[in-house]
Write a protein that binds this ligand. Sequence first.
Ligand code: GAR
Length: 289
Amino acid sequence: MLEKLKQRWKVNSINLLLIIFTFALGGSLCGYAGRKILQLTTIENGLLWVVIYVVLITLLWPLCVLLISIPLGQFSFFKRYLVKVWNRISRKKLQSAPLIAIFASGAGSNAQKIIDYFDNRKNTGKVALIVCNKAGAGVIDIAKKNTIDTLLIDKEPFFTTDIYINELKQKGIGFIVLAGFLWKIPVSLIKAYPNKIVNIHPALLPKYGGKGMYGNKVHEAVIAAAEKESGITIHYVDELYDHGNIIFQTTCTINETDTPDSLAKKIHLLEHQHYPAVIEQVLKTQNPR
Ligand code: GAR
């Protein structure tokens, strides 16, 4: 048992003894302090006394062990330990309302709609982060205006390391929404977020998707092919461009007078109308209450 603890906490025998001693001393100290505080009140021994005592020692315990850990030289261990406990508790909270990161490279009109939508639905999800690969992109201003954290990413570490994955996990991000994000998503990120990354594409996939097919380029191709209708596709992200399982599609008609710009407006309207609600549906299905 002690050997297991040594391995788990990555400490030697002496440190393990000091840690156990700190736990014991910290526990006794908070028990003593809890009783002393209650003696200063008029609360009589009974059920209420026990309830308040339990709440008190729960609050005092981290403080007491941290205090005892200083003279015993175990402060950094207990600081890490308490942060871990706290992260575990807050992750539990997140399970019911996942934190969403929106990845975007452009103007961010979809990001804005999603932020607005989830502002009133904090029990379903909360937009907590905007991830962007372009310093001057409009979506960064949107993040600032809405006081949402921004993570500006570089290409090389995005494709060759796990540093951004670690950062997303550290921030408690549970779901990723691509809204006009133009880089391919690396397999490592897809594996770290299985079925938890969705994308919107401004055409009816599987047509008019793939590398280089984004924004107005898509609408130009659709009009050049004399299509009578276009639309939007919301899909899970897999390791290929615009390829994962389709969640939702809806269409709009194309008139003879339509241009790539006028079609883009129709598509944006559809995106703004449907993307936030479809994300909500996915979150509700994945996190049933
Ligand atoms: C949206 O129309 C989205 O469908 C498209 O970029 C636009 C972003 O607009 N995405 C792609 O083309 C991905 N292949 P926004 O910045 O105003 O939300």
